[in-house]
Design a protein around this ligand. Structure first.
Ligand code: GTP
Ligand code: MG
Length: 331
């Protein structure tokens, strides 16, 4: 946490957090290197940025070559990776186009999406990656679509609310397709990872609610066995609730940091899995800080503001941590 970071550097760092492609990531890192104040206090940070630039150059170059399996994996960005899964024409791309900075193709015919399109959504102050996927259909789905579903932190099962008679069958068909590929949709994040069958936390999103008579909208939650929301990607109904459902579904907490004697930085929280402790927060701020840690003070979940807490103190969403380090040995 070196002091005196310039507004330009902070802007570039924000761009990095919002970047959804290797090329955007590379451009943001290069901008960070150009704008970081060059003095002894930022030596470590400059080295770290250079290392990341080298890695990002590799990633950007590789994706340009367009290998046949380049869609198998999309690097995670932001606080979590969320995939939109559903039958053709359900409204997946419309949601990604409305909620993120990405511009996936939206069309009135099925199978309009052929490639995954990642974009960044912001929930309050948290960037979250949404990935628009091609449809999962009984006859034709590329195998990398399942690879991306297996790798995600949360799946949104998107169904067209207008097909109300078909909804339960459509959902069942989708579940079976995923089960064939050993993907099992669950409400809660699994505690342990089983090898063969991958349990994926999921939520159901019924789109095109603008086309459904509000009096006919019935509670389908029990039909799906998963938390369910009605939205309209086109008219914007329910999208704030959807963003909140996504954030809650990621099971993360936001942690803000402050320097001793300074106001906290409330602009860019670190995000950690629910249940993380003070030491976990120190580790994400900087790995090297763990060995130099003297103690941590917490505002929020402490018994009182600024309480010095043990390193296994469990943090809560919105906590502010102040990290006190031992002086680095000189030379
Ligand atoms: N009325 C209404 N139409 C919508 C809404 N969302 C999507 N549509 C329309 O539904 C059609 C399909 O939308 P897409 O977003 O392309 O659907 P998709 O699920 O990405 O489709 P594929 O990529 O082919 O699987 C388009 O004509 C959209 O304009 C909505 O909330 N309300
Ligand atoms: Mg689409």
């Amino acid at each position: 946490m070196p002091a005196n970071l310039t507004p330009d550097f902070i802007k570039a760092r924000k761009k990095l957090r919002q970047a959804s492609t290797p090329a955007e990531k590379l451009a943001a890192l290069e901008e960070m290197l150009a704008t970081i104040p060059k003095h002894k206090g930022t030596d470590h940070m400059q080295a770290d940025i250079k290392k990341r630039i080298a890695k990002a150059r590799g990633a950007a170059g590789k994706s340009k070559k367009g290998k046949s399996h380049s869609y198998e994996h999309i690097p995670k960005e932001g606080a979590g990776q969320v995939v939109l899964v559903g039958p053709p024409n359900a409204g997946k791309s419309t949601l990604v186009a409305t909620l993120t900075n990405a511009k996936p193709e939206v069309a009135s015919y099925p199978f309009s999406s052929l490639v995954p399109v990642p974009g960044m959504m912001t929930y309050e102050d948290v960037p979250i990656q949404l990935i628009d996927l091609p449809p999962v259909a009984p006859d034709y789905t590329e195998s990398w679509v399942y690879s991306l579903i297996r790798a995600c932190d949360l799946a949104l099962i998107v169904l067209d609310a207008e097909d109300d008679e078909l909804l339960a069958d459509e959902f069942q068909e989708l579940v079976e397709k995923l089960e064939e590929r050993n993907i099992h949709l669950v409400e809660d994040r699994p505690e342990s990872v089983e090898d063969r069958v991958k349990e994926i936390p999921a939520r159901v999103v019924l789109t095109k609610s603008d086309r459904v008579d509000p009096f006919e909208i019935k509670d389908m939650a029990s039909e799906f066995g998963l938390p369910t929301l009605w939205v309209s990607g086109q008219h914007g109904h329910g999208l704030d609730a959807l963003a909140k459902m996504v954030f809650d579904g990621l099971d993360i907490v936001r942690i803000y940091t402050k320097l001793p004697g300074h106001k906290p930085d409330m602009t860019e929280p670190y995000t950690l899995p629910i249940g993380s402790c003070a030491l976990d927060a120190v580790r994400v701020v900087h790995r090297d800080f763990v060995d130099r840690l003297k103690y941590v003070r917490v505002w929020g979940s402490g018994r009182f503001d600024g309480q010095q807490v043990p390193s296994d103190h469990q943090l809560e969403d919105g906590d502010i941590v102040e990290i006190h380090l031992r002086k680095q040995a000189s030379g």
